[in-house]
Design a protein around this ligand. Structure first.
Ligand code: ADP
Ligand code: ADP
Length: 233
């Protein structure tokens, strides 16, 4: 579903962050990218929604090329609306309520008000935040773990095909982190979306991933199921 064909990213300072990478992510797969700091994980992830433009090669989503200003088969809005994005640092808008934060993309897509309200309700319930209690609160009235839950469901709000997550739980305490990992697994089973998840924690990768891609110095050194990764470390 997401195919990387000989993809290279070279930054302006000539730093090669990703070097001639080839792989494919299947529809509905929970795909974890792991490796030490600076190995190119975030660069790889951000090329999928074109927050970073690749230097060479081709990325295809559902067979259509996303890269290049002129040759892209998608326009940028079409692409970004179809891809949810969850960051490491919680990025809720502080002046907006929880419900308003979740409704941002559905609002941009001009969904009907009642449909948006239903969706917000359903999403909050999905991650165990009682809608009547949480909808009208501001982000600073929630714990870090609760805010990150909102960040996760906000990325799902308009039902994107793909969800990108960049170390979404690494700022949380160990207990909230374990809980959110479990919730995300359950959520994934229920919604069956394609998730691309960046981590630097092998425990987390083995727990969450259908497949794990291990990177080093801008290259893929190993790719496989958790079982395959454990058997050939
Ligand atoms: P990771 O996510 O695995 O920590 P990154 O993708 O952020 O790695 O970075 C890969 C490499 O590219 C690193 O060496 C980093 O310093 C470099 N890099 C990342 N972003 C930029 C940038 N905007 N300009 C120059 N070099 C960058
Ligand atoms: P992460 O923690 O996700 O790996 P980083 O802390 O490496 O992210 O990078 C944060 C931001 O700084 C990124 O958007 C990246 O593009 C930029 N960046 C990282 N390394 C460099 C670098 N060597 N030169 C310029 N910008 C960089």
């Amino acid at each position: 579903m997401i195919a990387f064909e000989n993809v290279t990213k070279k930054y302006d300072n000539n730093q090669i962050a990703v070097n001639a990478i080839n792989f494919e992510i299947q529809k509905g797969e929970f795909f974890v990218i792991i490796g030490p700091s600076g190995c190119g994980k975030t660069t790889l992830l951000k090329m999928i929604n074109r927050l970073i433009q690749l230097t060479e090669g081709t990325i295809r989503i559902n067979g259509k090329r996303i890269n290049g200003k002129r040759i892209s088969d998608y326009n940028i809005h079409e692409l970004r609306w179809n891809i949810g994005y969850v960051l490491q640092q919680i990025a809720l808008f502080p002046h907006m309520t929880i419900a308003e934060n979740i409704a941002i993309v559905p609002e941009m897509k001009k969904w009907e008000t009642t449909k948006i309200q239903q969706r917000v309700h359903e999403l909050l319930e999905m991650v165990g935040l009682e809608p009547a209690q949480y909808s009208d609160r501001k982000p600073n009235e929630l714990s870090g773990g609760e805010q990150q839950r909102v960040g996760v469901v906000r990325a799902l709000a308009a039902d994107p095909e793909i969800i990108l997550m960049d170390e979404p739980f690494s700022a949380l305490d160990p207990i909230s982190r374990t809980k959110l990992q479990n919730d995300l697994l359950e959520l994934q089973r229920a919604i069956n979306k394609t998730i691309v998840f960046v981590s630097h924690d092998m425990q987390e990768a083995l727990k969450l991933g259908d497949r794990i891609c291990v990177m080093k110095d801008g290259e893929i050194v190993q790719i496989g199921t958790p079982k395959e990764i454990i058997q050939n470390p």
